[in-house]
Design a protein. Sequence first.
Length: 393
Amino acid sequence: MRKSRWLAPWKDDPKKPVIYHVVSRVVDRRFVLGDEQREHFKMLMRMYENFSGCRVLSYCVMSNHFHILLEVPPMAGVSAGGEGAEKEECLGLRDEVFFKRLDGLYSAAFVQGVREELANERAGEAEARRGLSLGKVSQEAYDEALARLQKVKGRFMYRMHNLSEFMKGLLQRFTSWYNRMNGRTGTLWEQRFKSVIVEDGTASRTMAAYIDLNPVRAGMVADPADYRWSSYGEAAAGGKKARAGLVRALHGHRRKDGNSRAWAQDGIAKEYRAILLRGAVEVKASRAEEGGEVVEKISRKGMSRAQVEKELARLEKGATAQDLAIGKAVSCRVRYFADGAVIGSKSFVNEVFRGSREYFGKRRQTGARKPCGSLGCLAGEIWSARDLRKGVS
C-alpha cells in the first residue's frame, strides 16, 4: 500500500505557511522538454500559481525534469465582522478574490458562467432564508439551498492552497497538451513527484540557489542568468513574479510580503547574484599523462574563476560566511534536497519529526540528522530528517 504524502504537521494552521521543494522527472528520464515545452510548462505553472494561491519562490525547468520551491500559504480569511460576514465565511474566499483566481486559469466565458451560477444560487439561498423566517420553507429545504450555494465555490476551492492539487493540475494539464502535440497517450512523468519540507531562512535561500544553478551544473549555460526557464533567468529579465518569489525565498524569515521592488531597492539582486556566482565557477581537474605531463581539463562547465572574482569584487567587498558556504554547497548535486524529507534548522526538523511520528520507526528518538557530502559545509545550520549515505555529493 502506497504511503500518504508527508505534509507539514501544521498544513491546516490558519496562519503558518509551508514551503516544499518539489521534483518530478519525465518517464525513463527522456530528454523531451525542448524550448517550446519548457515555455509552455512555465506558462501553466504561473497559471496554476494564480489560481491556487500558492506561490512559486524558485523554479527551474530542465530537459527531462523540473524543480519548484513552492510556498503553500493558509487560505486567506474573509472580512471580519459586519453584516453577512458569517454567511461569507461559509463560502470561503470573497467574490473578488475568488473570481480573480478563476481568471488566472479559465476563459472569460467560463468565469462569467460561474458568476451567473453563483448569483442564481445566492438569490435562491436568500429566498429560502426569507421563507424559513416566515415559516414557509422547512429547515431541510433551506439547508439544500445553502449547500447548492456553497458547492459553486467549493468545487474550485478544494484545489487551492494545496500542494497535491497544485501538482496534479499542473502535471495533468501539461501531459494532455504534450500528448496532443506529439500524438501520444499515457503518463509523461515517472512515479510520484518528490517533495521535501523546507524551512524559510537559510534552508530556503540555499534551496533557491541550488535550483537556479541546475543549468550550470548540467553544462547548459555558464551564467545562470542566461537560462530562460528558471526563476533567476526570469528575474534577471525583469520578471516581477520571479523577483517577488526570490525575495520571499531569501528573506521570508524577515519579511512576509515578497515585494518585487525589494529585489533591486534592498540589494537582494546583488546578494543573490553573489551567491550564485560562487556556485557557478567552472571546475577543473588535473590528470597526469604518460611522460609526466599534467593535463588540466574542465570537468564541469561554468564561469571562469577570474571572471567570477572580478564580478564579485564589483558586487560587494565583503560576504558573510553563510553566503560563502551556500555557494560551495549548491555547486554540486545535493541528494538531501530531493530525498531528505525535511530540510531546515535542527529545531525545525525536530518539530516536524514530533508532529509526524508515524513516518518513523519506534526506535527513532530524534528527527534531525547532520548532513554529509557537499552539504556538510552548512552542517550545524541545515539539517535533514533522513540519513543519506549513498550519492550525497
